[in-house]
Write a new protein. Structure first.
Length: 153
């Protein structure tokens, strides 16, 4: 398994802890930055991780910003990405089982290290259940492909 990992400045410290944790478990990590606490723009990092996952250069991605929200919004703009902003282990499990999330986002300012690592472990150890959930994931993919004309009310 290979994971694309990135963070903005607000998520840098937690990203480092996640990277070390995954490496300690023998999981390959592609650390795509940022590499300091210097201010950067989170969409840039959501894009590089999303590209790695969408192009199958990584099995999945993990993104960290202050809340996880901005990273999730940005990553979900990319075709083929299903990013879930997760705050607990139950959400981690359900985002994989029901939504086949391929990118996990977490908040470096909201989660302590222990909670974040537990979320990462649960997310990585949970498989997509398919079945009726596959139909719904397929509909999400169809939304990505559909052109959406703006209404002129």
């Amino acid at each position: 398994m290979k994971i694309a990992l990135a963070a903005d400045h607000a998520g840098f410290d937690l990203k480092e802890k996640i990277r070390q944790h995954l490496a300690g478990r023998g999981i390959a990590v592609d650390d795509l930055g940022t590499h300091s606490r210097e201010s950067v723009d989170y969409p840039d990092y959501a894009r590089v991780v999303g590209e790695q996952v969408a192009r199958k250069r990584a099995d999945c991605g993990i993104l960290v910003c202050g809340t996880g929200i901005g990273m999730a919004i940005a990553a979900n703009k990319m075709r083929g990405i299903r990013a879930a902003n997760v705050r607990n282990e139950a959400e981690a499990q359900l985002s994989r089982e029901h939504n086949d999330a391929n990118v996990l986002t977490v908040g470096g300012r909201l989660l302590d290290e222990t909670s974040a690592l537990s979320i990462v472990d649960r997310w990585l150890s949970t498989a997509f259940t398919g079945g009726h959930h596959q139909r719904r994931v397929d509909k999400i993919s169809q939304l990505e492909l559909a052109e959406m004309p703006l209404r002129q009310d």
